[in-house]
Design a protein around this ligand. Structure first.
Ligand SMILES: C[S@@+](CC[C@H](N)C(=O)[O-])C[C@H]1O[C@@H](n2cnc3c(N)ncnc32)[C@H](O)[C@@H]1O
Length: 293
């Protein structure tokens, strides 16, 4: 199987199983992440379109997955017309059926980042471009950002909500040790593993060879192509790897003990991040295309 087929089948299987990233399955963590993104309560996407990107005529979404964000944007009237593409064929098909059933103006395409970079389409076409969890799967970041700049109108906005931690999510030893010390401090009922195990390169290539392929370069490269309008680094350096080692049914059960534990872990992540002991795994920003303004 080629890398792209591996990625597409990996994601189709994930969407079919409705799997969500472990740490944001926890509602307390999810709310905290949204607050770190926007400084307020509530879903980040609504906030973006109410505060930074006024409702647009046309929006392109790169790596739209099952289309959940794009359907929401169209339903809320935040974009009149949406083009969205992704490698995951079945997810795209289902998203198109939903959009058509609701009479929403979204064109879901089953196509690849590589195809878009090679032939991005007409210049100055879109008012906004969305990357939600997709840019960290792009190998040719420079090609992708150039292609986006080409299709974006002058003054158009790029919305980025991304993993920006270590490439391939291969954490440095010091960070793995920090996570391991936290795991060791938890009682058995809350954990599903004794320590954080980094995958081998063979495991990475077999499951999803584009997971965080050049992620650490995202915060460096995006501002070289677009002007920063809003940018927040939103943590995750402890919680994101840690949650893969926690017993999800216990830690997410909503009991006072699990809630207290999660709140303490969030506090610990805040302190470790502030002290510079761990980095940020995620970032969120809105950038402007200044070309020919
Ligand atoms: C983390 S998911 C994000 C999906 C969606 N934007 C969201 O916020 O839920 C990453 C997506 O990138 C897509 N992807 C990965 N490599 C791709 C490629 N080469 N071309 C097109 N899509 C790709 C995957 O199929 C997957 O749906």
């Amino acid at each position: 199987m080629s890398n792209i087929e591996t990625t597409a089948s990996h994601w189709d299987a994930k969407y079919a199983a409705a799997t969500q990233s472990a740490w944001v399955q926890n509602p307390v963590v999810e709310r905290t992440v949204y607050r770190r993104m926007t400084g307020q309560e509530g879903f980040w996407l609504d906030w973006v379109f109410k505060n930074l990107v006024s409702p647009v005529e046309s929006l392109l979404s790169v790596g739209c997955g099952d289309g959940s964000h794009e359907l929401l944007i169209a339903r809320q009237g935040f974009a009149q017309r949406i083009v969205a593409f992704d490698a995951a064929r079945e997810a795209i098909q289902r998203a198109q059926e939903t959009a058509d059933g609701e009479g929403l103006k979204i064109e879901f395409r089953n196509s690849l980042f590589e195809e878009f970079v090679a032939a991005p389409g007409p210049e100055n076409t879109y008012d906004a471009v969305l990357f939600s969890g997709s840019l960290h799967h792009v190998t040719d970041l420079e090609g992708m950002l150039s292609a986006v700049r080409y299709v974006l109108k002058p003054g158009g906005k790029v919305i980025v909500n991304e993993y920006c931690g270590p490439c391939y999510q291969l954490y440095p030893r010091s960070q793995v040790e920090t996570v391991d010390r936290v795991i060791a401090s938890l009682s058995n009922e809350f954990r599903s593993a004794d320590r954080l195990v980094m995958p081998s390169i063979e495991m990475i290539m077999d499951s999803d060879p584009t997971e965080g392929v050049r992620s650490a370069l995202i915060p460096v490269l995006v501002p070289l192509y677009f002007k920063r309008e809003y940018e927040r680094f939103i943590g995750g350096g402890l919680l994101h790897p840690l949650f893969t080692c926690l017993n999800a049914s216990r830690v997410n059960d909503g009991s006072p003990e699990s809630r207290t534990l999660v709140e303490m872990l969030i506090l610990l992540e805040d302190e470790l991040t502030r002290a510079g002991a761990i980095g940020h795994d995620f970032m969120f920003g809105v950038y402007v295309n200044e070309t020919n303004i």
